[in-house]
Design a protein around this ligand. Sequence first.
Ligand code: ZN
Length: 222
Amino acid sequence: MGSYNHKIDSSDAALPLGKIVCIGRNFAEHVRELKNKIPDEPILFLKPSTSLFPLSEQITIYKSFGKCHFETELSVLIDKKLTGCSKREALNAIAGIGLSLDLTYRDLQAELKSQGLPWEKAKAFDNACPTSTFISADKFYDLDNICFKMYKNGQMQQSANTSNMIWKIAELMCYASRFFTLLPGDIFLTGTPSGVGSLQNNDKLLVEIPGFLDVSTTVAVK
Ligand code: ZN
């Protein structure tokens, strides 16, 4: 877990590290690039708190697990308990907006999926969720109109706006909270746009919410 703590506007947030609730297939173009079907309902999975890692620190991945893909996702830090919540309650529980990488050992995930097995080994491993500092939510005028981007070695790989999500942030939180109570310190990852790809040794990554946040990091493959 390294030195990761939740931070809001660069100060330590008084929130524990909790679970990470993730959404699969929330941008139509990404669904198509992986040749998946557009789902009828959100696809949920979890990462444990041990997958949190400061996005500003070097990311280490392991060749022995096969290809590792980056998925750049808007992340939402929660500061209230939510069970079967309304949209209004969901919006009121958002403490901050940041960026995370949903690191995925894609070959391993494909193998697990083909056997109908859970994919945690491919997505929930230690440090599988490098996460930025959060920007307090009240700084955003409209959570359903936030642009975010990812550059690899100077080239833009991913660019999206939360307005293009199949399910919007508050809707996802309501849906998830019917199954999993969300607790203060939990994080919600809202799905990757298209443009995912594999990480190589010495890659330089830059993720940004233009005007709010930018974080650079590097990759080491061992
Ligand atoms: Zn993802």
